[in-house]
Write a protein that binds this ligand. Structure first.
Ligand code: UDP
Length: 417
């Protein structure tokens, strides 16, 4: 496994942003858990929501007096083909899972487990890729560690064969954490906590950018900043429905010929399907000069994402399945109007017609885009209500508090209560 260097962050910097009671509770929990050793394990340090969360959470846990580490799996490329099929299977697709795939999965988890040579008080394993590590940890490695499986995806209707295979591994943990109680599949015997993810308001992706700076950055990618811009930021993945977003754009363009679309999507190192799907999206767009398909390969990093989200007239997250959808919270935090697919964790963040819109089809989404473009003032007010909801519920200190509560409750035998 490789340790990810997360640098340092200070919780004090968040005090003026989030509710005071939250900070007081974190201080108390930090005092109780001082000196505890925490390890987070996931599959990638780049791309996707989990990496995004850990870059902030891990240094903040250390800042309050625990010792937190983050390690990523070491695995050959074929392993990620197998675990991408896990991801699809857990989200409801029928998947093949032949014996050789099982053997590879188990071998990688076994080899990574062998590298856990020092004791921790809490080990948090994220998502299915490293799930089976727990199965291969020997008694001498384990000591008094509490094991937590953190599932970020919607596993409410998993492929049965795959799920039957993974379930015993999940049940070997001391606790499982899901974004929504609805995602917890049948047959789990471990205690479950419901904890939604959060975004970091002070990270380069979410810190305040002036409208002038945002415009300046967006213009460098060829966007005409005088004309309206629709935006979706997400991996090139069918569940994120970028083709549906292109349909929305076309329907909007029929009424507003000056509209532009930016599809900004990183290529995560653990997502081998991303490249093929990117090709499909490019072909579907068919060379339309008002559609901009950009990724980290075009040098789009966090600040550029921030600029696009701060500048866009309408932000979409038109997913058809979504664990949580950090991009929704990111868009709302910028005070921009956001339209989300009415799935998964998106309705946790958007109250339809109050803080944004929830949609179930491209036609509905296009209709909402047109309403936003025709009445930006009213929709800006809605977006500010959305921003306030994010401030109260979806910024990193709330996640830190919930994780610390879970740790304290495990130690005190209160989990499940
Ligand atoms: N993201 C990014 N660059 C991109 C595309 C996505 O930095 O080109 C980030 C995005 O801003 C968000 C995360 O990746 O922070 C995606 O998280 P989300 O929960 O929306 O989806 P996931 O990829 O985890 O399914």
């Amino acid at each position: 496994m490789h340790e990810v260097n997360v640098g340092r962050k200070s919780l004090a910097d968040y005090r003026s942003i989030v509710p005071k009671e939250l900070m007081t509770e974190i201080d108390e929990l930090g005092e109780r858990l001082k000196g505890r050793q925490v390890l987070h394990v996931n599959a990638t340090a780049f791309g996707g929501g989990v990496a995004e969360i850990l870059y902030t959470l891990v240094p903040l846990v250390s800042d309050i007096g625990l010792e937190a580490h983050w390690q990523i799996l070491t695995a050959p490329q074929e392993f990620y083909n197998v675990t991408k099929s896990f991801h699809n299977g857990l989200q409801g697709h029928a998947v093949e899972f032949p014996a050789e795939s099982r053997a590879l999965y188990e071998e990688v988890c076994r080899a990574n487990a062998a590298e856990l040579t020092r004791p921790y008080d809490f080990v948090v394993i994220h998502d299915p890729q490293p799930l089976a590590i727990r199965d291969f940890v020997t008694r001498s490695q384990d000591r008094s560690t509490w094991w937590i499986w953190r599932c970020h995806i919607d596993t409410s209707t998993p492929d049965k064969g795959l799920y039957d295979y993974l379930l015993p591994s999940i049940n070997r943990y001391d606790a499982a954490v899901y974004t929504l109680a609805d995602y917890v599949p049948q047959g789990l015997t471990v205690p479950v906590r419901e904890i939604a993810p959060t975004i970091d308001p002070l990270a380069p992706k979410n810190m305040k950018l002036s409208p002038e700076d945002a415009t300046y950055i967006v213009r460098q990618f060829g966007i005409d900043v005088e004309r309206p811009l629709l935006l979706q930021v997400s991996r090139f993945d069918p569940w994120k429905d970028p083709l549906g977003v292109v349909d929305v754009y076309r329907a909007v363009k029929a009424k507003h010929p000056d509209v532009q679309l930016a599809l900004v999507g990183s290529m995560a190192s653990d997502d081998p399907e991303g490249w093929d799907y990117l090709e499909r999206v490019i072909a579907y767009v068919g060379g339309d000069p008002d559609v901009f398909i950009l990724s980290n390969l075009d040098n789009v990093g966090s600040v550029e994402i921030n600029a696009f989200q701060s500048h866009a007239d309408v932000i979409m997250q038109k997913s058809t399945r979504e664990g949580f959808g950090l991009t929704v919270a990111e868009g709302l935090w910028k005070g921009r109007p956001v339209i989300g697919g009415d799935v998964g964790g998106i309705p946790l963040q958007i109250e339809d017609g109050v803080t944004g819109y929830l949609v179930s089809s491209a036609a509905e989404c296009a209709e909402r885009c047109l309403q936003i473009m025709d009445d930006p003032v009213r929709h800006h007010r809605m977006a500010l209500l959305g921003k306030e909801k994010v401030r109260r519920e979806f910024l990193t200190p709330r996640l830190l508090r919930d994780d610390l509560r879970l740790f304290a409750d495990l130690e005190e035998g209160k989990i499940g209560a």
